[in-house]
Design a protein around this ligand. Structure first.
Ligand code: TSX
Ligand code: MN
Length: 608
């Protein structure tokens, strides 16, 4: 038995899993192997390990019970898109929007990096379910990692435990997720070195996906999506490949439940690029009396057809891994309520009374903090206190507006899909697509104007189709073809598609729409469109609310602001046509005919 615990030969009932653990242990050479059970005790042990190893500090239990603050290496603070690879057999299968590497070459390179990379460490085996354990929409993964930070975060973000191994059984399929921070405590020449508070490899990082064998190999980073492999790597990149093969959808979408005053319910999915407030929308507090929003998920939706031909969605995650800066009682009271206890904070600032703080958290700045780099911070020091990509990890069950059915293994039936982005002009507050194919077209050309936080110039349009640009595990043109095919398969039973824009500005650069809680007015119109109630007006871009169809009672909005919000800028659309054509060109002959057709029709509607 002792031998099993260091070689992994019989650690579970699943022979394939045991063989893989054994193979990885022989390569990475950990001192110990530990099978995780996801228990409360194990979670506490991971937190204590991080605290004793100086990775984390306890927050003041009177302020944030059972919560820790972690500061990462300043060079390991975000997903590394330029180090993210789709290793499909052919480069064309990864497509022009992904980095590609040949699978065997990548594996050879990474085997070199993995060799002995866990010396002096424990290899944790994390069996996890993405989605409610045993759900027909869920899938299983196993992450092998040398990071207790990853174990603790995975326990919050996924379902970890022996029940997952029970579902896996002796022959069940699982996605292999291998992760190492790349900081062995014994070097190749045998010399030992002390651990550091945030181990990572400062020189080399790889986040590699093997769509054919459904494997993920991650090396060198301990942060977020680089290391918590269930999230972006599995639930989006690998799952998008599985979804195409098996006829379902794995999407970068929140799922919300909308209830009207008559207690009728509709479920809505929404895809937005980063920095558009997806988590805020998922937990919105409506201002219209009698209407209610509840949260099913804030980041990822897996949708499969039910027996009735409709799409049913689950949230494959069990927690929120949200951007902290900008989160406040004003912007998202429900998220703030999640964070009152049992949470992990990464790269936030530390207050003098042992609590966390980040930019825009409070109306007034604290007089003194320790910033995320452990330096003294005062309001006049000219630096951020929290890193702009500082995060919270918190259990979804702690959300005050989590929908009771958020763990329903059958999922929830989706009535509408929303796309959106940050657009100062051209795009109206809300547009409904004419049909599924037209909606797929709108999703394919969506994008956001860059904000200061993103790389590159401020205000330039960065197309991010279906908010999947960094997350599609195969050729984006084939992904669009899969979307079109899904619509052809289920026709009128597919969700209606809408395009929203909370970020339109007037000539003086002021936001025309108050956004946040007031977005419920748009959600209400969408609900009523799905119920066949609200009126709409045809424009070249799509269907917009008829005058008076948007419920604006109790909202003070200048009359001309509404006109501007609900207008389609025809000249602006015309001017965008060449850039769409140019954008499509990179996909060559793989661009689906349906989208070519939609672009042509759009051009025609703009002429007449
Ligand atoms: O999350 C946002 N949402 C969705 C909320 C459910 N944000 C924040 C984006 C960064 C994460 C928004 N910002 C939204 C929005 O709807 N709208 C805006 C733009 C905006 C900003 C400030 C004001 C209004 C609009 N405030 C005043 O005009 C006073
Ligand atoms: Mn996301």
């Amino acid at each position: 038995m002792r031998e099993d615990m260091t070689t992994g030969s019989k650690i579970t009932r699943n022979a394939q899993l045991n063989a893989w653990i054994k193979e990885v242990a022989a390569m990475c050479l950990p001192d110990n192997i530990r099978l995780c059970n996801g228990s409360a005790d194990e979670y506490q042990e991971m937190l204590s390990l991080m605290v004793s190893g100086k990775t984390a500090r306890w927050l003041n239990p009177e302020k944030r019970p059972n919560s820790i603050l972690v500061w990462s290496d300043p060079a390991d603070v975000a997903r590394v898109e330029d180090r993210t690879f789709i290793c499909s057999p052919s480069k064309d299968d990864a497509g022009p929007t992904n980095n590609w590497a040949a699978p065997e070459e990548m594996k050879q390179t990474m085997r070199g990096l993995y060799a002995g990379c866990m010396r002096g460490r424990t290899l944790y085996v994390i069996p996890f379910s993405m989605g409610p354990v045993g759900s027909p929409i869920a899938h299983i993964g196993v992450e092998l990692t040398d990071s207790p930070y990853v174990v603790a975060n995975m326990i919050i973000m996924t379902r970890v435990g022996t029940s997952v191994l029970d579902v896996l059984g002796e022959n069940g399929e699982f996605v292999r997720c291998l992760h190492s921070v790349g900081y062995p405590l014994v070097l190749a020449d045998g010399t030992q070195r002390a651990d550091v508070s945030w181990p990572c490899d400062g020189k080399q990082k790889y986040i590699s996906h093997f769509p054919e064998s459904k494997e993920i190999w991650s090396y060198g980073s301990g942060y977020g999506g680089n290391a918590l492999l269930g999230k972006k790597c599995f639930a989006l990149r690998i799952a998008s490949v599985m979804a195409r093969e098996q006829g379902w959808l794995a999407e970068h979408m929140l799922i919300l439940k909308l209830t009207n005053p008559q207690n009728e319910v509709r479920y809505i999915c929404a895809a937005f690029p980063s920095a558009c407030g997806k988590t805020n929308l998922a937990m919105l507090s409506p201002t219209i009396p009698g209407w209610k929003v509840e949260c099913v998920g804030d980041d990822i939706a897996w949708m499969k057809f039910g027996g009735d031909g409709r799409l049913y969605a689950i949230n494959p995650e069990a927690g929120f891994f949200g951007v902290a800066p900008g989160t406040s009682d004003e912007s998202n009271l429900n998220a703030m309520a999640c964070l009152t206890r049992d949470s992990i904070f990464t790269n936030c600032a530390l207050t003098d009374d042992g609590d966390v703080w980040w930019e825009q958290m409070t109306p007034r700045l604290p007089a003194h903090l320790i910033d995320w780099t452990a330096k003294e911070w005062t309001p006049d020091c000219g630096r951020n206190a929290a890193h702009p990509n500082a995060r919270f990890t918190t259990p979804a069950r702690q959300c005050p507006v989590i929908a009771p059915e958020w763990e329903d293994p059958q999922g929830v039936p989706i009535s509408a899909v929303l796309f959106g982005g940050r657009r100062a002009g051209v795009i109206p507050l809300v547009t409904e697509a004419f049909n599924w194919r037209h909606g797929t077209f709108l999703g394919s050309i969506m994008g956001s104007e860059t904000t200061a936080a993103a790389a590159g110039q401020v205000g330039t349009l960065r197309r991010d189709p279906m908010a999947m640009l960094p997350f599609c595990g195969y050729n984006m043109a084939d992904y669009w073809a899969h979307w079109l095919g899904m619509g052809e398969r289920s026709g009128a039973k597919m969700p209606r598609i809408f395009y929203v824009n909370w970020f339109r500005k007037d000539a003086e650069g002021r936001f025309l729409w108050p956004g946040y809680s007031e977005n419920c007015r748009v959600l209400k119109w969408i609900f009523e469109r799905c119920a066949g109630q609200a009126e709409a007006l045809e424009t070249p871009l799509g269907l917009i609310p008829e005058k008076g169809a948007l419920d604006l009672r109790g909202l003070s909005l200048a009359a001309d602001a509404l006109d501007e919000l609900l207008s389609v800028d025809i000249d602006g659309c015309r001017m965008e046509l060449p850039s769409i054509e140019q954008y499509y060109q990179q996909f060559g002959s793989r661009l689906p005919e349906g989208l070519r057709h939609e672009l042509k029709e759009f051009g025609k509607r703009l002429q007449s």
